[in-house]
Design a protein around this ligand. Structure first.
Ligand code: 6PG
Length: 250
């Protein structure tokens, strides 16, 4: 596992722009080397500004959208259009505003039937990944970029402390019963995240300072986000607020 690259940006705007730069660079490299860019998008609130910026002309005009595939690293077990749906946020901030082919936009929970039967939806998603992405020698689909957020309890994707999904090594996408609202979720499991060429954790805001200090300062290995062992590049993008409790922080 390569050492994580930690970048601390002075403001939320700088944080977002740096995330845009990394996303564009990963896209450019993947398309140049493999003719396609497979990216798994994080949910929650932190990445909204990134997706919004990717849809502005400055960024969107630099993206070969016909080569881009947009997936999700986790989703809530609610129908599309529900305010709690991560895909609703991704669709409104990005998908509806750029010329990415609809066939290359892959929501984890595409309809109400999938929301009602999450294990079947997870199995279908895993089958889509295996049929579409290149595989590594272990047979795992390889993303060019996986974006992840981190919760104040150290969860990432929907890998929450104490949940079986965190220990799952035989499946790549599984349903999750979380102890947060909404509880029913679908998530990538560690093996799928660990196979990616690049993983970027996007963490911003003062409320994340304590968990960032535990993850990157104390190396608290019990937290889900610390349990991952990605085989590719790992970046932590932090704004100054989220990094404020790290040793040596200003
Ligand atoms: C979700 C996300 C989740 C999120 C973290 C951080 O479905 O909620 O995938 O893992 O990334 O909870 O959320 P914020 O960015 O809103 O702090």
């Amino acid at each position: 596992m390569t050492r994580p690259q930690i970048e601390i940006l002075p403001s939320r705007a700088d944080f977002t722009l740096q995330a845009v730069r990394h996303w564009l660079a990963a896209c450019r490299q993947a398309v140049a080397e493999r003719g396609a860019f497979h990216c798994a998008l994080a949910g929650g609130g932190t990445p909204r500004a990134l997706y919004h910026c990717l849809a502005t002309p400055y960024a969107a005009d630099r993206v070969p959208w016909e080569r881009v595939w947009l997936w999700q690293s986790d989703e809530r077990g609610v129908p599309p259009g529900d305010p709690a749906s991560n895909w609703t946020m991704i669709r409104r901030t990005l998908v509806e505003r750029v010329p990415v082919p609809a066939s290359q936009c892959r929501p984890m929970v595409p309809d109400a039937a999938a929301a009602a039967a999450l294990d079947a939806a997870a199995r279908r998603y895993e089958a889509q990944l295996r049929a579409t992405l290149p595989a590594d020698p272990a047979g795992r689909p390889v993303f060019d970029l996986v974006l992840l957020g981190v919760g104040t309890d150290g969860h990432t994707a929907s890998l929450f402390p104490g949940t079986p999904a965190l220990e799952t090594r035989t499946r790549l996408v599984v349903p999750v019963e979380a102890r947060v609202e909404p509880p029913r979720r679908i998530s990538f499991t560690p093996p799928l995240i660990e196979a990616a060429r690049e993983v970027v954790f996007l963490v911003a805001g003062r409320d994340k300072a304590a968990v960032v200090a535990r993850l990157l300062g104390d190396r608290d290995s019990e937290l889900p986000a610390a349990r991952l062992r990605p085989s590719g590049r790992v970046r932590w993008l932090l704004d100054a607020e989220a990094a404020r409790a790290l040793p040596g922080a200003a």
